[in-house]
Design a protein around this ligand. Sequence first.
Ligand code: C2O
Ligand code: CU
Ligand code: CU
Length: 502
Amino acid sequence: MKKISLIATGIIILLFVSACGFAPPFKSDEQNFHMNPEPRDGERSEGSMGMGMMHGHDLPLDSSAGENELNVPPMLASDLETEDEVHYTIDAQAGKTEIFDNVETETLGYNGSFLGPVLKLKKGQTAHFTLKNSLDEETTFHWHGLIIDGEADGGPHTVLAPGEEKEITFDVVQDKATLWFHPHPEGETAKQVYDGLAGLMYIDDNGTDNYEYGKNDFPLIIQDKTFTEDKQLDYKAVRDPDGTMGETLLINGTVNPKLTVGKEKVRLRLLNGSNMRNYTFKLSNGEAFEQIATDGGLLNDPIEREKIELTPSERAEIVVDFSEIDDLDDLALIREDHEANEETVVLPFDVDENQAVTENKVEKSTNPVEITDEELEKPVTKEINLSGMGHHVAINGKKFDKDRIDLEQKQGETEVWEVKNERDMMGGMIHPFHIHGTQFKVISVNGEEPPAHLQGYKDTISIEPGDTAKLAVKFEEKGIYMYHCHILEHEDNGMMGQIEVK
Ligand code: C2O
Ligand code: CU
Ligand code: CU
């Protein structure tokens, strides 16, 4: 009897394992993305389980047919603005959106029915936000990537009940960057973001930028969703504890998008706003483009790239030169899909010869990011161990507890965090690790100097199974902040901790 059940268990395990497949969900040929290109123990070689296998986790993504001109989110008009101050009102609401022709989809949005406007802030200003919750459920307003005090940061402690309103005030202290905002209620973040709550926040400084929003400077909020037959979002029906994916791609809420540009340099601000999907972006003609910024702002120097990888919540600003492109060439932003050995068309471009062009300058950082010798020599004082999958995810073996402070740090003091993605029997998954209220610097990845695209300010870092990253982390403000995996279902499942900055 015992033997039979052992055999049966064996068969079940085998079936399970083969059904899952060992294919990595996010495999890149680009050397510098593989933070540790050397297989250490034979497990990391191509096609092995070492790089982050996932359960049935590579739902194909439909290519964009390019039928609809990309929606460009409006810039939110301020209630009042002076050189030193700006006031905004932000209202989380439910509504109906025509994503597909002649169909109304029930969605959530900020100051509108779906997604949100762009909030523009200037370095040096004091910002006043009136936050309103017009939803029939609790929510919070979290400013992802913003240097802000813990109380105003909008983590799970600062919930607004339905109908509630609240004011926050903060000083804008950081340099030019593309940040974003989304809700953060405990256990409900994934659903609310999936249903449409996500918007962009631009920080501006006195840099020499001559790109024009909506003309040659476009945000791309990239998300994947599953629609029901009658074109509704049914999060509960498709929820996956390891991260919900969909086969329908939306950019800025536009299905089957295309983007019409002039024959000039165009800046694209990419945000992976998906719950869990990772993307490897490149141009369909294989040409290189420039990356000018990461999560926290401009890189010291633009870097040439052929591909760019973004895990959930990461941003990258890139410049694509269309001056030599004819409208006859069909150029598109594509996603490399290793599983199916296919490419997904993410955003086809249309080049309009008649559009007036500008000499757009790739701007340079006015405030270079540098890792000091002192930072390099600092010992590790915070250890973060990411582990598990599905409902078993944990940080340092623990699940999130609102009433437990996991770490403490002093305001204004840099500490070195060592973040490790613990590989398990199944290989594990990539965990995009995010810290609230700060922009950190990457000191090393697996003991090596980080690749050029990680040598800028980051608030999220993608960590592959078995990899370890050392970060120089400093909080300018005080309060309680979250750190977590940005696969939103992992966050909701408790892959989150709290640090108190005093
Ligand atoms: Cu996008 Cu807790 O953050
Ligand atoms: Cu955040
Ligand atoms: Cu995770």
